[in-house]
Design a protein around this ligand. Sequence first.
Ligand code: G3P
Ligand code: MG
Length: 484
Amino acid sequence: MSRFDDSAPQGATRPGMPRTNSAAPQRPTRPGMSRTASGMLIPGDAGKVVEVPVSGSSISDAAALMHNLSLSPSMKERRSSRNSFGTSLPIPRSPRQSRLGLKRPALSQDILASQVQDMSKEKVEAAKNMAFAFDIDGVLAHGTEPIQEARQALKMLNGDNELGIKIPYILLTNGGGKTEEARCKQLSEILEAPISTQQFIQSHTPMQALAEYYETVLVCGGEGYKVREVAETYGFKHVVHPKDIMAWDPTISPWGTFSEEDRADAKPRDFSKMKFDAILVFADSRDYATDFQIIIDLLLSDNGKLLTRAEDPENSGIPIYFSQGDFVFATAHKGPARLTQGAFRIAIEAQYKAATGVELERIVYGKPERATYTYADEVLKNWMEEIHNENRLPKNVYMIGDNPQSDIVGGNMYGWNTCLVRTGVYQGKEGENDTNNPANFGVFDHVMDAVKAAVRKELGHDFEFKWNPKVNPVLGTEGSSAVE
Ligand code: G3P
Ligand code: MG
């Protein structure tokens, strides 16, 4: 008999398992497989295997192990934070100044635009009194693939509009894993628009404030050793990457991966003598086995010393910070959204609870945390100064996001206008809004539709989303080429 020959009649189950309801519609099974009462596909009697009944429960223990604060916040069951209650999140007092410098000589279009703007003072004021905060993954791009409408939207906000004016915007992403400079360079290429570090916040950007408190940190996540450079740029004195520890003692992570390439850039030291002050997770792990193991080692250690175990880890462990809490995010994958840092954090929480019996105290930055939005205000103010010489906050801020559980709930709680787009995590149908965290300004097919709706609300329904190079400031518009 073929290994995959399904000789069992429909509805048959493993010995000792309840029989499925024969009246219920039967989903097809693969040869050699059968379904449990709940419909789960399991190996069946295929003739060449011996079946041994399970001795434990087939139901996951996750609920008992999961930190209750891992549940996503919603507008129905609001809480102000996904964090351990009572914890505060330090953010830098003022954003770092860009090293790139955006100042450039005025072009003839700028001169013409300033003449046009002189004739439309009210609209100009309204344009400077609105701003956008864009999420990246699922709004402007899918990984390194741009969303076409995003290029159009940024071009328009950068001055390709009837006033030739820059409408302020910042990028507010839960992504991370490389320096702000590197990410902005990459985004500028993808989006075909200059993105400055002065208008950019990634999940770990506000965490630079932690360098005031901790000297020796374990920094996890991201490609290669890029997060080492991030942490060093932020001012942390001694930055250790999990692969540095693997280079010192590969037995620390029995199932981890460690290549020759990893060894070339590793900085092994005698880690038995080092005392870690904190653990910082900056981005998605690329080696779950090693990161899980070393993080758990440090959480259970005696005051951050590897190779030790505390008698009372609750009181002698070191703090752990996650740069963001999203469970899933939008990528170039055609199916449902993919797991991200929140899933990794939940696994750490469960492991810690399984090891100690107590909940892990941890701190999560990123959207929807208030600290991230407070920092965004500072960045926006500085950006206003950069592009309009006015250090003030525009009154009407529009958050455009694809994830109701982070972008939208955070924007709603912060008093911003919120727009949900259908190009990412949220996949609701036409006319619907997210049930738990509805966007207060509406749901749109893509970013350009959201931007147009917001600009029309603030600057008038006849506002033209295209600069007309033939415009005559005295006689008005000639040969208008406004896009719809
Ligand atoms: O890992 C999640 C993160 O990439 C989501 O980014 O831009 O959608 O906030 P963003
Ligand atoms: Mg997103």
